[in-house]
Unconditional design. Structure first.
Length: 200
């Protein structure tokens, strides 16, 4: 009978060892999963910050050069318009990758980026529309001769286009602040890209 008591006690200690092992394995698996999730979220956030930082830096450089070309010759000549179209293509890249914005955990920063893009997109589209409409009106003037209503329309369109352009450049002044806020998340400085782009 004493042998049975020792066998029961030995079996009981083995059961406790199995239970303790299962608890530790479960806790370890849970901790590993949480750690993996945390590391993956940080990696995605860093990648998103790098992507949007580089995209916004490129947009800033393009708008800088557009402003320089705007000040020479015809303010809305072919080079300035091409620069603005290039800025619009950068915004298209942003639009295609906008879901990555949600990888940034700072809601206020996400909102500022989205707001900035909207505030640049709408006036750029207005500049393109006004430029096209001015060209159509000038074609009408060439074909039909001087007409006061068309000339007044051209003046109004030029004012509208100038206002849209000025708003784009004013909004672009917010880019450096957003880029500074993205730098710690990206673990990267975007100032070098901006300096290189402006020196070209």
């Amino acid at each position: 009978m004493t042998g049975e008591i020792f066998d029961a006690a030995a079996n009981q200690s083995a059961v406790w060892a199995v239970i303790l092992g299962a608890v530790l394995a479960t806790a370890g698996g849970f901790a590993a999963t949480q750690m993996e999730r945390y590391v993956e979220h940080r990696r995605r956030e860093r990648n998103a910050a790098l992507f949007f930082g580089e995209l916004l830096t490129t947009l800033q450089i393009i708008l800088y050069h557009a402003h320089n070309t705007h000040g020479r010759g015809d303010p809305f000549g072919p080079i300035t318009i091409r620069m603005l179209k290039s800025a619009r293509r950068e915004i298209d890249i942003y639009d295609r990758n906008r879901e990555s914005l949600f990888d940034l955990r700072h809601g206020e920063l996400r909102a500022r980026i989205q707001n900035l893009i909207i505030r640049i997109t709408m006036p750029i589209e207005g500049v393109f529309d006004a430029t096209d409409e001015i060209a159509r009106c000038q074609d009408i003037l060439r074909d039909a001769g001087a007409r006061p209503d068309i000339e007044a329309r051209i003046v109004a369109l030029k004012e509208q286009r100038d206002g849209g352009y000025d708003f784009v450049m004013e909004t672009a002044e917010d880019l450096p602040r957003i880029l500074r806020d993205l730098e710690p998340l990206a673990h990267h400085s975007f100032r070098n890209l901006d300096e290189i782009g402006r020196s070209i």
